[in-house]
Each structure stands twice: as C-alpha cells, then as structure tokens.
Design a protein around this ligand. Structure first.
Ligand code: 5AD
Length: 346
C-alpha cells in the first residue's frame, strides 16, 4: 500500500483498482503517509500562504430540484431572495477593503432571462476591481451565456459534476437533469478558456467506493484547475433529510489523493468540511487544500442560503472573522495570502 502512495506521487495517477484500494485502506501508517505527502506537495507548490476567495451568494432562487440541496425549487419552506446589484457591489467593496482579490458569485440556477443582467453585473465588478478575479458558480447555462460572462470579465467557473456515474446522478437529481448535460457544460467552460472547477459531495446518498473511483478517474482525465469536494450534509426540507452525513475522514483522504494527482490544483477546504467539524478547515489544509472561501454575503441573508443544515457562515467562515481565520491558520503554520491566486501551468 505504501508503494501506491509513492506511485501516485511520482506518476500522478493510479489504476482504478488501486484508487479503490486506497479508498478502502484502514492502515493508519499508509493514511498518515498519504496525508503527509499531500501536505508537502501543496507546500512545495504554494508555500504556507492560503488563497482567499470571497463567496457572495447572490440569490437562493433556483429552477432545479436536486434532491440533496436545501435551496431546491421544491422547498416551499424557504424565503427566497435575490441581492440587488448595489448589494453585491457593496459586498465586493467590503471584501476588497479586507484584502480579498477573488469574488465568487454563487446562486441557484436562473432562467436565460437572467444571463444579460448577470453579465452586466460582472462587467461592473470587473471595471471597479480590475485587480480582482471574478469566479461564477451559477450552474448549467447555454454556451452563449458562458461566452457572455467570459467577455464581461469572469475568468473562473465552478460547476461540480456531483457524480460521474449516470445511475447515481439520476438518483440525486430529478428526471429533467442529466449527467450528459452537466459534462457538456464543463467541456464548454474549458473550451471558452475558463479556469474550471468541478467536484463532488462525499457520502451523498447511494454513493459507493466504485462511484468515487469513477469520480477520481474523471477528474484525472478532465484536469480541472479547481476541485471542490465536501461531505454531504442532510437538509431537513429535502428528500434526503434522514440520510446520514458524509465522512470527514473520507473527504480528507480524497483531498490528499487529489493533491497528489493534480499537484497544482486549487483545492479549497470547503465550508461543508468546516460545518461538520470545528477544525475541518485546518484539517483540510493539512490534507493538501490551499484555498479557503469565507462568506462575504450580507449577514442577514446568509441563513437563507442553506444548502444543508447548520452551514457555517460566521466566525472564521465569514469575512468579518478574517482575524480569527488568520489566527487559526497561524496556529498550524500557515498565513492568509492576499494574492489573486490564478491557476499556474507549469
Ligand atoms: N450537502 C453538502 N453539499 C451540498 N451541496 C448542495 N447540497 C449539499 C448538501 N446537502 C453542494 C453541491 C453543489 C454545491 C454548491 O454545494 O455539491 O454543487
């Protein structure tokens, strides 16, 4: 098993059955080595600076009905909101003053009529903050919309594939959605020159080790610039309310595998990880992550953007808690980097 870690370090890939063995491994010596190698690899690439991304949740309206997600269209218990452009700009100004140089605009999926207004907002942000990167995380859109956002100044896009297995995808999403379309969107985003992020939930309902191996093989072939993974966390107003949360340890193990597979990838220690355990962010970084995404949304709106239960959005998870975040990172030997932090091809 130790041999597999060395192989992954050197060749950045494993055979499907080898990924499976690593995911099932119970030998703490092996797992410790995996984690240590991943952390070393991240430090060699990025030093001890952790990139900051300011997350602005611009709207919790969504036309989709994903069975796991708290802002799904079918959740009638939720108060819906959409931030005015002026509110989004105010978040950016606050973030910029705090040192943020990346803004991530995330929302539920909107109809095509929202494409032009969003492009206009991106352009306004790009003009006011030419020193900042704009990342979008607004779901499946048309090629024209993706091109419009790109022209307006967005250079990065996050769209998790959620699972690379068709049957599993169909068990997590309603019939109107398809894995094929999701993958087609990812291909378009790359083609249009976005730094593209994908990823999956860990421990989503029905997920098997074989599914995770498929996810890893997909990521290995797709070569995204960013990978977002976090544990599944149930939300009470969804069909998966009674399903147990995903495993923190498995999430950390996957972060380490991803770091060794794609040494330069931008890998956040996600909010879901920090939600499930108080030092989740730190453990993510020690497993090879190099990005954190504090919440820059207006505090009054944050609890309405509940993708899952008890989502962390205060303290070190919020922009206001930057000092606490800095202290927590210092304690494990890291600092906050104020760099824009684009993906570097080497
Ligand atoms: N638990 C964890 N992650 C979730 N997401 C959505 N719902 C949940 C949940 N219940 C993740 C999805 C989506 C991202 C924005 O949030 O992977 O792509």
């Amino acid at each position: 098993m130790i041999r597999l870690i060395d192989k992954l370090c050197e060749e950045h890939r494993l055979l499907p059955e080898e990924y499976g063995q690593l995911l099932c491994c119970k030998d703490s010596r092996v797992l410790h080595r995996l984690q240590r190698k991943a952390q070393e690899t991240a430090v060699r690439r990025f030093g001890h600076g952790i990139y900051l991304r300011g997350l602005i949740e611009t709207s919790n309206r969504c036309r989709n009905d994903c069975y796991y997600c708290g802002i799904r269209a079918g959740n009638t218990a939720l108060t819906r909101y959409t931030l005015a452009d002026s509110e989004v700009l105010a978040c950016c100004r606050q973030g910029h003053a705090l040192g943020f140089r990346t803004f991530v605009l995330q929302s539920g999926e909107m109809p095509p009529s929202a494409d032009r207004p969003l492009a206009a907002l991106v352009e306004t942000i790009h003009r006011e903050f030419p020193d900042c990167a704009i990342t979008l995380s607004v779901g499946e859109r048309s090629r024209e919309a993706y091109a419009l956002f790109r022209q307006a100044g967005a250079t990065r896009y996050l769209l998790r594939h959620e699972t690379r297995n068709g049957a599993h995808y169909a068990a997590l999403h309603p019939p109107g959605m398809s894995l094929r379309h999701r993958l087609e969107c990812l291909r378009l985003l790359k083609e249009l020159g976005y730094q593209t992020g994908t990823g999956m939930m860990v421990g989503s309902p029905g997920q098997t080790t074989a599914h995770l191996v498929e996810d890893l093989l997909f990521i290995e072939a797709f070569r995204p610039e960013m990978v977002g993974i976090g544990p599944f966390i149930p939300h009470r107003d969804t069909p998966f309310a009674r399903h147990p949360a995903g495993s923190v340890d498995m999430t950390l193990r996957l972060l380490s595998i991803l770091r060794l597979m794609l040494p330069g990838v931008l890998l956040p220690a996600t909010t879901a990880l920090a939600t499930l355990c108080p030092d989740g962010r730190e453990r993510g970084i020690q497993a090879g992550a190099n990005v954190v995404m504090p919440n820059l949304s207006p505090p009054a709106k944050r609890e309405l953007y509940a993708l899952y239960a008890h989502k962390a959005c205060t303290g070190a998870e919020s922009a206001g808690g930057l000092h606490e975040l800095e202290q927590r990172l210092n304690r494990i030997g890291y600092t906050i980097s104020k760099e824009k932090g684009d993906y570097q091809h080497v």
